[in-house]
Design a protein around this ligand. Structure first.
Ligand SMILES: *Cc1c(COP(=O)(O)O)cnc(C)c1O
Length: 388
């Protein structure tokens, strides 16, 4: 049976070129040594791998290599950014601003910070998923220390204007953290131009390995952060723990490839996404979620009214697609992201989230579109008349 993967987790396999780089860091003749052991040749070779990767990742986001701190992924980078900055700057103020559609890696840090005595303003985006810079401006208070706004929304794919928010924050002396897990390597983002103080990255959303990411810190003036992990003092004392050479080298290669192929990938994947959307939109009562043009190439979210209980559509063995994010879809709750855009519970639960990546083909999209059309017709034919 043909299986078409349009689920975020399944459309981002590790690129074979990344695998090759990672393997060069494994095995008895690989560059596997501890990159902190620079007293011997194998250690220096591993260190060179790590530093090359640091430069590759930095280049994609307009940073210098020394601004990159390795982490285990974007979740850890978000935690380090939010807890690290809030704890360091608490004497200056205890107010943070974020949006209701952030990833749980940001929202759950904010909830914990509230328990620790901070106050958080959660901005509601417009029905198109966009948070206006003017909303951020209106939320700033004298005691605001940090704004956290994501680059690309992982469920609906909208792109926030982080540059406008960055310039605003910079002019007010407030730090800006950006979760760019879904956007970096796919769309241009530049920590200098966009005035970003903290930027969270991950490898696995750009065909790198899972379990490695980075926090990019602004260059000057140096940012104070309280670490989350204490120990050997690696990464300027901000992230203790032995650096996983093969993981980091893989992330570097994934970002280098993403930078070289960004434009071609974005054009091809956007065209596939539009073709998929157009064929689904030809069905009655279909609505796109999120801004029609201010969006990332590979994420499509559509609400198909009358297909209540989207799980039945997902359950089809030959289509691997998701309703919410991987993290949220374990729960049967309607997506908080779609609820924040004003969708009813019922419509939020009648939503398909489709992801396309570097390896998605036109045939995949055509097959998925025809299977979705058949299934939607079938589910509508058995849905209560009021919902059709
Ligand atoms: C995937 C994702 C994360 C989590 O990244 P990990 O590397 O899996 O920890 C955080 N934020 C956003 C927006 C994501 O899409």
């Amino acid at each position: 049976m043909t299986v078409v993967y349009l689920d975020n987790a399944a459309t981002t396999p590790v690129d074979p070129r990344v695998v090759e780089t990672m393997l060069e860091c494994c095995g008895p003749s690989g560059d596997f040594a501890n990159p902190s052991s620079v007293g011997h040749e194998p250690g220096r070779r591993a260190r060179a791998r790590v530093e090359q990767a640091r430069a590759e990742v930095a280049r994609v986001v307009g940073a210098a290599p020394e601004q990159v701190i390795w982490t285990s992924g974007a979740t850890e980078a978000d935690n380090l950014a939010l807890f690290g900055a809030a704890r360091f700057h608490r004497a200056k103020g205890r107010h943070l601003v974020t949006s209701r559609t952030e990833h749980p890696a940001v929202l759950d840090c904010c909830r914990q910070l509230e328990r620790e005595g901070f106050e958080v303003t959660y901005l509601k985006p417009g029905p198109d998923g966009i948070v206006q810079p003017s909303q951020v401006e209106a939320a700033l208070k004298p005691e605001t220390i940090l704004v956290s706004l994501m680059h690309v929304q992982n469920e609906i794919g909208v792109v926030q204007d982080v540059g406008a928010v960055g310039r605003l924050c910079r002019s007010r002396g407030v730090l800006l953290h950006v979760d760019a897990a879904q956007g970096a390597g796919k769309l241009p983002i530049d920590v200098e131009r966009d005035c970003i103080d903290l930027l969270a990255l991950t490898a696995h959303k750009v065909h790198g390995p899972k379990g490695v990411g980075a926090l990019v810190l602004r260059r000057e003036p140096r940012l104070g952060l309280v670490p989350m992990l204490f120990g050997g003092g690696q990464e300027r004392g901000l992230r203790s723990g032995t650096i996983p050479t093969h993981q980091v080298a893989g992330m570097g290669r994934a970002f280098a490839i993403a930078a070289d192929e960004m434009q071609a990938d974005a054009e091809r994947i956007s065209a596939l996404r539009l073709a998929l959307y157009e064929s689904i939109a030809a069905l009655p009562n279909v609505e796109l979620n999120g801004h029609p043009t201010q969006r990332a190439p590979g994420i499509l979210s559509v609400t198909v009214d009358g297909v209540e209980g989207e799980s039945r559509l997902h359950a089809r063995a030959d289509l691997a697609i998701a309703s919410g994010s991987a993290c949220a879809s374990a729960h049967a709750e309607p997506s908080y992201v779609l609820r924040a855009l004003g969708r009813s519970d019922r419509l939020a639960q009648s939503t398909l989230r489709l992801s396309l990546g570097r390896f998605t083909t036109r045939e995949d999209v055509q097959y998925a579109a025809s299977r979705i059309a058949v299934e939607v017709a079938r589910l509508r034919s058995i849905a209560p008349v009021a919902l059709r």
